[in-house]
Ligand binder design. Sequence first.
Ligand code: AMX
Length: 435
Amino acid sequence: APTLKERLAELIPAEIENVKATRAAHGKKSFGPVIVDQLYGGMRGLPALIWDGSVLDAEEGIRFRGKTIPDIQEALPKAPGGTEPLPEGLFWLLVTGEIPTQEQVTALSKEWAARSAIPSFVEEILDRCPPTLHPMSQFSLAVTALNHDSAFAKAYAQGINKKDYWQPTFEDTMDLIAKLPNIAGRIFRNVYGDGKLPAIEADKDYSYNLAKLLGYAEKPEFVELLRLYITIHSDHEGGNVSAHTGKLVGSALSDPFLAFGASLNGLAGPLHGLANQEVLIWLRKMQSKLGENPTDEDVREYVWTTLKGGQVVPGYGHAVLRKTDPRYTAQREFALKHLPEDPMFQLVSKVYNVVPNVLLEAGKAKNPWPNVDAHSGVLLTHYGLDQMNFYTVLFGVSRAFGVAAQLIWDRALGAPLERPKSYSTAAINSMFQNK
Ligand code: AMX
């Protein structure tokens, strides 16, 4: 069976032809008008990017290469004795559009374990960070610093031919993904522990090794949770802040470490990936105010207080989705299976019964339903990982999968520099003066 790189080499020429044919057939067709409000409104709904790994439907949620979350839970290879998909398989799917064999997934686990070591100067950068520096800032520093050994940057400096860009890009993205557990683990141990880190096991899967570095290898249920977590957080089409940033920065031929470092800085914002931390803080505050077992009415009032204070309810709403996020549902199912009695999970369920109605009543949010971040923190907390400001780092580890897959294809297909047109308000006013 071919390796991932061999399979890619087979797929790329046909995809280059496919894109050519698509552009020849549809290149001059219009998606409809662009209106001025979209320039002021964060470009919502503006068709502007190609992203092959996944497509998001407002009602149905995410599909990875055409497959829903339940589809991939069914189809992707599992760890021995496990029931959740291995993220290795999801990466293979994102990159090739194909479901890998168990053997191919095992080979990927081994390859990532073999590439997992980080340079000692990056360890030193992390060790010098004050524990008060947010884990996401540390994460971004370390990922950016990996650019020191970028195969792409080196090949570019040596004058690589354009048509070969994808090869060193592939090598860099494999290194990037492989090294993230050692970075995340080191941040975790430095900030919350004694800084000592166990070694990655060469014959274990990616999620097991990440769990081990965090100190959770002895909890098989937690390892399963990580497999699910990384799989469902990996990719959410191309327009979200972290994905789009990675693609944008990559379009300048910045190498994958620079591109993904930029993604992480976007993911660290409270309206995006930091929301999982925000949700837990918000729930904790609610618990301390209302006690362990609040009534629906108490929760309702608490939600109204949040809104009246000019704050958002974290974990609710979405720029594209208009229904409950299937990533929320997958986590809820995990909780129903493994921790139905957990008091925090019950609070999350209660919040789920109350918040959408309040948001509807308030009448502003276009989507009153929960997103992925409304649930993830509670699952992690259940197993003892209650260091909330670390949560977005785990989101970042998994978001690398989606960004990496697209970076490889962008270089394989010769994606150009991104450069949309901007206008000033004065220009808009003069342009439409008499119209
Ligand atoms: N609580 C309170 N108000 C909300 C809200 C929420 N959860 N979601 C949206 N609104 C408000 C907006 O702030 C906006 O108010 P404004 O008109 O005063 O500026 C109004 O409703 C309309 O916003 P929208 O069109 O529905 O949402 P959007 O596309 O502009 O933003 C999002 C989407 C996710 C940023 C927003 O719903 C939000 O702030 N949610 C809470 C934070 C969160 O959970 N983020 C994580 C999203 C998933 C992810 O990226 N990881």
